[in-house]
Write a protein that binds this ligand. Structure first.
Ligand code: FES
Length: 107
């Protein structure tokens, strides 16, 4: 279980508990958090689950796979240092306290 904070582009924060084994995208979807669309359902094929990881967390997350890296090119205003596809981030206890900021829009 990890407590994850999702911050909408307008600054509204959502702090939710997400079970291990789900993804950061599923945590947003299951809690009806606006800003994550996840059109492909988590198959790393749409880039509409894009979020910016706060700087403190960038190094603590597992590295991006090549597929995620490629799909991020299609995201709305990706930041090479902080952007992630949240469907590719599996929740574990290690992600407790993670904070992600949601982009102004998805694509
Ligand atoms: Fe489509 Fe993440 S949900 S790439």
């Amino acid at each position: 279980m990890a407590k994850i904070t999702y911050i909408e582009h307008n600054g509204r924060e959502h702090v939710v508990d997400v079970a291990n084994g789900l993804t950061v995208m599923e945590g947003a979807r299951d809690n009806n958090i606006p800003g994550i669309e996840a059109d492909c359902g988590g198959a790393c094929a749409c880039s509409t689950c894009h979020a910016y990881v706060v700087p403190d967390w960038v190094e603590k997350l597992p590295a991006k796979e090549a597929m995620e890296e490629d799909m991020l090119d299609f995201a709305w205003q990706p930041d090479p240092a902080r952007s992630r596809l949240t469907c590719q981030l599996k929740v574990t206890d290690d992600l407790d306290g993670l904070v992600v900021q949601l982009p102004e829009k998805q694509i």
